[in-house]
Design a protein around this ligand. Structure first.
Ligand SMILES: [Cu+2]
Length: 149
């Protein structure tokens, strides 16, 4: 009797666990003046692996940042986005590929992030990308290492 009840509960938990996996996920990225690794002007995390259908919410934890498309690193045909200064903004990821995100006022200071959805079909755009400064190059190189790894 007890054994049957436990078995039924286990099955219910399994079925329950299967349902949320089908739903899209919301990922959260903080916009910060100072990251937990000591770097200034960062998205945290600055590298995300997501699935097409997921959303990425950029949170204005610190003011005077925004999040918007880096046009040179963006899957073909995917809708671009541009958040307002000091405001949260949500990127809806609909196609597979690599999405480059920048904070406009701190772009040249290296405030960039890469969101990789499923297959990085446009990885060649990351290779061809010409960064606006050495700091951006260093940070993109570090993020690209994760893309390859
Ligand atoms: Cu910023």
């Amino acid at each position: 009797m007890i054994k049957t009840a436990v078995h039924a509960m286990g099955l219910a938990m399994l079925l329950g666990a299967a349902t949320p996996a089908l739903a899209s996920e919301e990922h959260v990225v903080k916009m910060l003046n100072s990251g937990s690794d000591g770097q200034f002007m960062v998205f945290e995390p600055s590298y995300l692996k997501v699935e097409p259908g997921d959303t990425v919410r950029f949170i204005a934890t610190d003011p005077a940042h925004n999040a918007q498309t880096i046009p040179e690193i963006w899957p073909e045909g995917a809708a671009t986005f541009k958040g307002e200064m000091s405001k949260d903004v949500t990127l809806k990821v609909e196609k597979p590929g690599v999405y480059g995100v920048k904070c406009l006022p701190h772009y040249s200071m290296g405030m960039v992030a890469l969101v990789v959805a499923g297959d990085p079909v446009n990885a060649d755009q990351v290779e061809a990308y010409d960064p606006p400064s050495d700091v951006v190059r260093q940070r993109i190189d570090a993020l690209t290492g994760k893309l390859r790894g």
